[in-house]
Design a protein around this ligand. Structure first.
Ligand code: V47
Ligand code: SF4
Length: 350
């Protein structure tokens, strides 16, 4: 164990097999190591963003087993925003200093490509200074297939309409056998990685995620992180990694979700293993605020944002506010012992 510690402290890269041994470290020792890594990147800074979430439709043909957000087309509660609805949502908060709109939605076969382009250009018309982080690789692949275009063409069209970055969702766990159980209709790991590589090559930075704390194992988590680290070596296009703790309610998967120790171990091992991804996000909307505060001592350096309003985790039982004010966000970060730093989508300080 000490050899691995020495390697980490000497800023040497560790293998997935070595990272697996970190699971057996005491939580104090692991936390100390991850915190040293965090400090070498960011000292005591903790980043946050003033953002707005927009979930344009919950109709989705994929029906992932862990998802409590999707609805069938004619099911009660199914919705799709019109472009007029989107305008209204953006205008509702026009007097707030929002710097990013985060957009994701289900795979709704009734929406044409022009809807996505119009959504982006409409938002940029109303708020020219805002950055739009929108559409997971899953949505990009869906549009490409539906319109018989390449994923690169879709990315270029959307970039032209106002897309600035891609969020990290849809990665789930890269293991093929697990994907078969969790989300058999979803794009493969290879496709997810290919779309992120394409985006990076088009100067569209992206985030990346891992959905953890359900039926996956530590070796599967480490394989996933290894694939992300390998792509990052090639493109340097990932801005931030977000370990998403599984929320267990109202879906078709029988699993519990990670406990506090597992959550902190995941944050810490991500920080240590992903030596080429600068930021690790403690996504308070899924983990809860107290766990997110603690995660800052275990390697995380980003506290996400104001949000308003989070729908995907809350549909599955997330027990956190649906949004926060900027003042609240700063207070949570300060109370945890860190210095809040406002950032934009590209992690530039504001
Ligand atoms: O892709 C769905 C996940 C993701 C559940 O890039 C679930 O900055 C937990 O990716 N329990 C969407 N997770 C959220 C996401 C995200 C969030 C915040 C910031 C960024 C970013 C990305 O949520 C989905 C899926 O992987 N998800 N159901 C669930 N029951
Ligand atoms: Fe659809 Fe995404 Fe939910 Fe899967 S996780 S069912 S792709 S909305």
């Amino acid at each position: 164990m000490n050899k691995i510690k020495e390697k980490v402290l000497a800023n040497e890269r560790i293998s997935p097999q070595e990272a697996l041994q970190l699971v057996n470290f005491s939580i104090h020792e692991l936390g100390e190591l991850a915190f040293k890594k965090r400090k070498s990147f960011h000292q005591k800074k903790t980043y946050y963003i003033y953002n707005q979430h927009l979930n344009y439709t919950n109709i989705c043909k994929n029906k992932c087993k862990f998802c409590a957000y999707f609805k069938e087309k004619n099911q009660k509660g199914a919705y799709t925003f019109s472009i007029a609805d989107i305008k209204k949502e953006i205008k509702k908060r026009i007097h707030e200093p929002i710097v990013e709109i985060h957009i994701v939605g289900g795979l709704n076969p009734d929406l044409p490509l022009s809807y996505y382009e119009e959504m982006l250009s409409t938002i940029k018309n109303i708020r020219p200074d805002v950055r739009i982080k929108a559409f997971t690789a899953v949505e990009i692949a869906f549009l490409a297939e539906k319109h018989n275009l390449s994923e690169k063409d879709i990315l270029l069209k959307l970039k032209n309409a106002g897309l600035d970055a891609l969020p990290g969702g849809g990665a789930e766990v890269f293991s093929t056998s697990l994907r078969q159980k969790l989300c058999p209709e979803k794009i493969s790991a290879e496709k997810w990685l290919k779309i992120h590589e394409l985006a990076h090559n088009l100067n569209i930075p992206t985030n990346c995620t891992l959905l953890f704390g359900h039926i996956e194992t530590w070796p599967e988590r480490l394989d996933h992180l290894h694939s992300l680290r390998t792509l990052q070596d090639k493109t340097k296009g990932f801005l931030c990694f977000i370990p998403l703790p599984y929320q267990p309610n109202n879906n078709q998967l029988s699993a519990k979700g990670p406990n506090g120790q597992d959550f902190l171990q995941m944050i810490a091992i991500s920080r240590i293993f992903l030596d080429n991804i600068k930021h690790i996000k403690a996504y308070w909307a899924f983990s809860g605020l107290k766990a997110a505060q603690l995660a800052l001592w275990f390697g995380a350096d980003d506290f996400d944002g104001t949000i308003v309003e989070e729908k995907i985790g809350h549909a599955a039982g997330a027990d956190s506010p649906k949004g926060l004010t900027q003042a609240e966000l700063k207070t949570y970060i300060q109370q945890a012992g860190f210095t809040p730093v406002q950032r934009n989508t590209f992690f530039q300080e504001i």
